[in-house]
Design a protein around this ligand. Structure first.
Ligand SMILES: [Zn+2]
Length: 320
């Protein structure tokens, strides 16, 4: 009998000493990134806790998702290789208890290919640097708004179902012998004029308008600082403020703006930074990447980005 009382006391003691904050489950994905790639910190735990996440000491926006907390992060093209510390702190405001966890992620060396692009003469006014900077500033103003989504929608879908990638994200492009140079901030899909373009996942239309370089564009706000952009469209079927679902047709592909031919230019933007869309989509387990064009099999020329014909790199020995 005495022994049972002892057992009971031990059990009670353990129960009383147990933390009232349930054990944190922390997911950081991915742990290894390249420049211009995004990831997220997900914290599973009881609500309400005060959760804060820092990346190298700088606070990340943390969102309550209904089943935990989410803090997306992104590195830009200029990010040098190196390690980064993510510190996750959770405090229970009722008890004052605090837990802290540190995770390390790594940006690895990655060189995006240099691309030399020839643009049709009629499109050369669109290489004006100031015009390009103004358009990027307009886009930045749209992406600056970080919202709580109506419905957060993993997985993200390929916006041109069944299509193939004609130009990867990230090419370091020099247009018409250096008139303008910029990274390719999206992934290009082969679609003819009128090809259906679908929302990568649910969200609210943030913009549906004409831009000079990107042509007719739809931008969708998915919440938590994550946006998608669909450019060079011929038709737009949605209006700003409208809610859209994953797979819903939002417009038709086209060749508006600075492009030599019809295709879909698709971007994912996280915390204002354009990141590799395919790597973002691939964060969801089981994602099947779209096929990429094979110049050998698919005929030459078709592998070139619709935004301009890719030329071979200049020969440094040519002396011109
Ligand atoms: Zn593109």
């Amino acid at each position: 009998m005495k022994r049972w009382i002892l057992v009971l006391l031990v059990v009670l003691g353990v129960a009383l000493a147990a933390p009232l904050v349930p054990a944190l489950s922390v997911t950081v994905a991915p742990r290894e990134l390249v420049p211009a790639q995004a990831g997220f910190v997900a914290v599973g735990g009881a609500y309400p806790l005060n959760v804060s996440v820092t990346l190298d000491g700088e606070p990340l926006a943390v969102y309550w998702t209904g089943s935990g907390y989410l803090a997306p992060f992104a590195f830009d093209f200029e990010q040098p290789p190196g390690e980064h510390q993510i510190v996750i702190s959770a405090a229970n405001p009722a008890t004052g208890e605090r837990l802290e966890e540190t995770e390390t992620i790594r940006v690895v060396e990655y060189r995006y290919p240099e691309e030399y692009v020839a643009l049709a003469f009629r499109l050369t006014p669109l290489l004006n640097p100031q015009l390009n900077l103004d358009e990027l500033a307009q886009l930045d103003a749209i992406y600056a708004l970080q919202t709580q989504p109506v419905h957060w929608g993993w997985p993200f879908a390929v916006p041109a179902p069944g299509s193939v990638v004609t130009s990867r994200f990230g090419g370091n492009r020099s247009y018409n012998s250096g008139v303008w140079s910029a990274y390719h901030t999206g992934t290009d899909f082969r679609l003819g004029v009128g090809g259906p373009v679908v929302a990568t996942t649910s969200g609210r239309v943030a913009a549906a308008q004409m831009f000079e370089v990107r042509g007719k564009v739809v931008i969708i706000d998915h919440g938590y600082g994550v946006y998608s952009q669909y450019a060079h469209l011929s038709e737009v079927y949605v209006a700003p403020g409208q809610l859209v679902q994953r797979g819903q047709i939002i417009g038709l592909a086209g060749a508006t703006g600075r492009t030599n031919g019809p295709h879909l230019h698709f971007e994912i933007i996280v915390n204002g930074i354009p990141v590799d869309p395919i790597r973002w989509l691939a964060l969801y387990p089981g994602f099947i990447p779209p096929r990429e064009i094979d110049p050998e099999r698919d005929g030459d020329g078709e592998g070139s980005p619709g935004e301009g014909e890719v030329l071979p790199p200049p020969d440094p020995g040519a002396g011109s």
